[in-house]
Write a protein that binds this ligand. Structure first.
Ligand SMILES: C[S@@+](CC[C@H](N)C(=O)[O-])C[C@H]1O[C@@H](n2cnc3c(N)ncnc32)[C@H](O)[C@@H]1O
Length: 243
């Protein structure tokens, strides 16, 4: 994702998210080629980048529109990505047991009803020692945002885990996401806060001075692994290894 002067404010915000996640993931994408599965990979923003490193990447997503956009993106960027329509519950049949070296699951667990079963599925498709890159919506920042917008009843209702309800679905604290991973026999290597500031900053501020977007990304990097900033993050990224 570009964060250069010609990109839009939303692209520059996305750049702040991608920088933290991509830098956490990259050490686990060395060597290979590795078998990488991106469940709920959508239009392939991550999958295409991973494929361009030379890995065998499969995106599985229930949305035919997202898979069509993924195909166009891959063609435009000269990358080869396999696309399969399906969802997380069908992953064992689509991929097979212990077939993946790396599984990306970004923005999907918010909507699953049986969280322990979903985590177990992610575990089972990974080879022993395989790496899970998990991204989920973080709850505390969302509660603060609702309250600051004057939606106090909504903020109150969001304080505790409400399950996968509503448009945004379930949100997690860092502790809950870690417990879900450990409960499925993952060893959590790192937890990163993603978009600690990027979703708070008005887009116009990113246009105010040259290099502002780059400085924001630098700041996001600096706080991503500081525990005191995790509750402020829009999203959480967990890196975990299948035990
Ligand atoms: C918020 S988007 C995230 C897309 C991509 N992973 C990313 O980080 O940019 C969520 C994606 O999950 C897919 N999805 C929704 N429910 C799913 C399920 N039960 N299993 C797998 N994918 C699902 C949607 O079609 C959508 O493409």
């Amino acid at each position: 994702m570009s964060s250069g002067p010609m990109s839009s404010p939303s692209e520059r915000r996305a750049g702040a998210r991608d920088a933290v996640v991509w830098e956490a993931l990259q050490p686990h994408l060395k060597g290979g080629p590795l078998d990488v599965v991106d469940i709920g990979g959508g239009t392939g923003g991550f999958a295409v980048r991973v494929a361009k490193l030379g890995h065998r990447v499969t995106v599985i997503d229930p949305s035919p529109d997202a898979l069509a956009a993924l195909g166009r993106r891959a063609r435009e960027e000269g990358a080869t990505v396999s696309a399969q329509q399906g969802d997380l519950s069908g992953l064992p049949e689509l991929v097979g047991a212990e077939r993946a070296d790396v599984v990306l699951c970004h923005g999907v667990l918010e909507h699953v009803t049986d969280l322990p079963a979903a985590m177990r599925t992610l575990h089972d498709v990974l080879r022993p020692g395989g790496v899970l890159s998990l991204m989920v919506a973080q709850r505390t920042a969302a509660v603060v945002a609702r309250a600051m917008a004057g939606h106090f009843a909504q903020a109150l209702a969001m304080l505790d885990d409400s399950g996968p309800t509503g448009r945004t679905g379930r949100r997690f604290t860092a502790g809950e996401a870690t417990v879900a991973a450990v409960g499925a026999d993952f060893e959590v290597l790192a937890v990163h806060g993603v978009r600690v500031f990027a979703d708070l900053v008005p887009g116009s501020l990113l246009d105010l001075e040259a290099g502002a977007a780059g400085s924001l990304i630098e700041l996001e990097r600096a706080v991503a692994q500081r525990a005191e900033f995790l509750p402020l993050a829009s999203q959480l990224h967990l890196l975990a290894v299948r035990a």
